[in-house]
Each structure stands twice: as C-alpha cells, then as structure tokens.
Design a protein around this ligand. Sequence first.
Ligand SMILES: *Cc1c(COP(=O)(O)O)cnc(C)c1O
Length: 466
Amino acid sequence: MKPWQQSALRAIPPVNEILETPTGQRLLAERARALVVDAVGEALDALRRKIAAAASEEELAVLDRSPEGLAADAAARLSRRLRPRLRRVINATGVVIHTNMGRAPLAEEAVAAIVDIAGRYNNLELDLSTGERGSRYAHVEALLAELTGAEAAMVVNNNAAAVLLMLSALAAGKEVVVSRGELVEIGGSFRVPDVMKQGGARLVEVGTTNKTHPRDYEEAIGPETCALLKVHRSNFRLEGFTAEVSVAELARIAHRHGLPCLVDWGSGVMLDLSRYGLPHEATMPELIAAGADLVTFSGDKLLGAPQGGFIVGRRDLVERCRRHPLTRAVRVDKLTLAGIEATLKLYLEPERAAERIPAVRMLTASREQIAPRAEALAGKLRAAGIACEVIDGVSRAGGGALPGVDLPTRLVAVAHPAPQEVEARLRAFDPPVMVRIQAGLLLLDPRTLWDDELDVVVSALRSAIV
Ligand SMILES: *Cc1c(COP(=O)(O)O)cnc(C)c1O
C-alpha cells in the first residue's frame, strides 16, 4: 500500500462523527441504533476497499470521504436492506399468467377482501350462528357449487396439492387408469406419474402418445381399478393423427363400471372463452355437466384468483378428501380464502368477472382494445425522445393454459443495438420492468400493463437506453 493510501485510511471519519451528521441523526431517530451502526460500518468498509484499490491519488480525490457523504451512503444501504425482496414488477411481456411473476394479479375486490381480513380477527373456523367451531371449507362451498353445478367443493393450498389429496383419499393402493397422452409434466416439479406414486395409486397407462380410444380404457378396467383419470395437457398441444376420449365419454365408461371419473383440469376456466374469439376451453360447469365426478383446478391460472387448489364434485368424494389426514397439511390460508371468495363472487355476474378480474380481462382483450394503449405508450416514449414503432404481434396466456394459442395484440417495438443490455437495466429499475426481446427488438406488450404503469415504463426506458 502506498503512503498516500495509508494516510487516506487514517483520515477516514470515525463512526460517531458520521452518526452526528444531520443524516446520521435522522437515521437514528427512525431506525434501531444497531441497524444504523451496521449500515455505517458497511459504508466505511466500502470506502476502505475503494482506497485500497485506488491506482492513483487522483482516483482518491473523487471519493466522497466526508462524514455527511458516508452517512448518505449508509442511508442508501439501509433502505436497500429494508426494501422488500418480494417486489412489485411491471409485466410488459404480454404473458398473462406468468408463474415467475406470481401468476394471476388479483381483482381489486379480492385485494380489498384480503386487506379487510388480514389485520384483524375473523370467523375462519367459527360458526357465527351457533358460536361453535365451524369449517374453513364452508366459506366458499356454496358459491362454488352454484358456479360449477357441483354438489360439494373444497379448496386447498394449490392444484398440485388438490390432485395429490384426491388420489391419496380415493385411490391409495388401487389402480387409476390414465391415457399415455396425458402423462404430463407441468412446470418441472409436477409430473402426473410422480404425483400418482406419491398418492399411493398404481398408474395404469392406456393408449399411445397420440391416440387413446374408449376401448383402451374399457380393456384396462379390472378388479383393482378405482377410478379413471383425465388430465388437461395444459402446456402442449397434440396435433395431427390424434384421438382422445372426451370427459363425457370417459365419465360414461367409468359409470358403466361403477367407477368415478376424476379430472385434473389445471387452468380452471369458468367463462366460455369462445365468446371472446378464443378457442373453446371446457369450463368447470361443463365438466361437471359432462359427468365428471371430481374436478381439480388451480386458483391462480385463468380463474384469476389467489393461489389455491379446488376440488369440486360429488359430495361423498369431496367428503373423503376432506377427512383425509393430508388435508391438514395442505390446508388453505385465511387470506387465500378471502381473495377466492371475493373473486368467485364476481363470477356470479360473468360480464363483471371479465371486466374486474385482471387475468380474465387481459386474456379476453382484443387487439382493437389493446391498440389505444399501445399508441399511448408509443406517444409517451416519442415525447421522451425514444424512437419506437407500433406493430402487430401475439401475446400468450402462459401458466399452463391455452398452449399454442396466439392472442393478437399491438406491440411497441424499440430498436437498440444492445437489447440484452437494455433488458438487464430495465430489470434492475425500481420497479423492475420485464420485456420481451425478439429479432433484436425490445418489445413491450400493453396487454399486461395497467394504464397507470405507462409512465413508469417510459421512465425506465429513458434511464435504460443510454
Ligand atoms: C398447473 C397444473 C397443475 C398444478 O397446479 P398448481 O396450482 O400449480 O399447483 C396440475 N395439473 C394441471 C393439469 C395443471 O395445469
């Protein structure tokens, strides 16, 4: 170490001097002393490292070594440390249900219900009519029955848990027949054969990858069979020379043999999407009407509710799930229930649901509805000196829902010689802004943006494009 570095190290202000600055005093008034002292210590360590790494006295000269400068650095470090790690992110990718970005954003009604319940006591397991112990599963059962046409319903932590519980309660030690075309993997950690094994059920595979016929199921049914299971393919599409057995047909086969027809439908669509120009997806009421005895689905995919796993169907089967010991391990939380109840209430008025539930609104938005927001964003960007173009493109539903379906949209395209670097800077912005890069262009899809996010996107791009 050079003499000028050694004297710079000796001249570093002591901790008390930094704490006595106005910024230091403000920090001490707001925060616990130990936290403030830690942050000052970090600021001093950083300065010492910079002094040691300096190559010349000129480099030292630009370092802020004043007590006030160090206090400000400590304040910045403290606020970074106290900032939540789980943060709000702006999704300009156009992928509506993005597992990495927390899946479905909630309706304001659901958020308000959660806030109302979160900070005070509630009747989670209290029957207010008798004052006795009640069931947490009762709060949404009647609503789910009304919306789906099922006799009974319950909600657990997520759909993976719902499937595991359903198989554990109904199929442990017995055989369950599934098509080879439906032995899917969803998001890496959920594989149908593994969940079957975990639930203690023996998997009987029938059919081939591309074709499964009614007779395949018929021939596989034996004395050990306890159910026929249908699984939504969720994240891929089977095209070409294919055949599958519909839920209605599968239910008829099952019932002829006195067996239940179980369905894992994943995305949990409640509205008829064909009314919005999308391909038809069987809705929960349609599956129940088709004869499914138990259907499981996720709360935070296309239903647009908090994370949850729904089990709806025959009362005796739901009852067996509810009584199984695993139910306690996968039980649903009060905040989830509050959000789910509020979201489901919106479905009592389907038009309202499509308008108020963000995931449904975004999914069903047409290119014509998105175009004005794309133009507004482009106008703001140009006003900020950022050249861009509005072009046709497609968005995705994401989240293991509507695989391969193109949702026509209008994109704002920004050309930049180093799009990856801009993308990284947008991700580091506060709040982080997530975009797509395609053919060397930065693409912003207004499908997943709120109007009040446009200005933030513009600020982020202004600071990211240098
Ligand atoms: C998404 C999905 C699951 C897993 O649901 P989670 O809510 O993520 O636990 C299971 N089965 C199917 C068919 C799915 O699409």
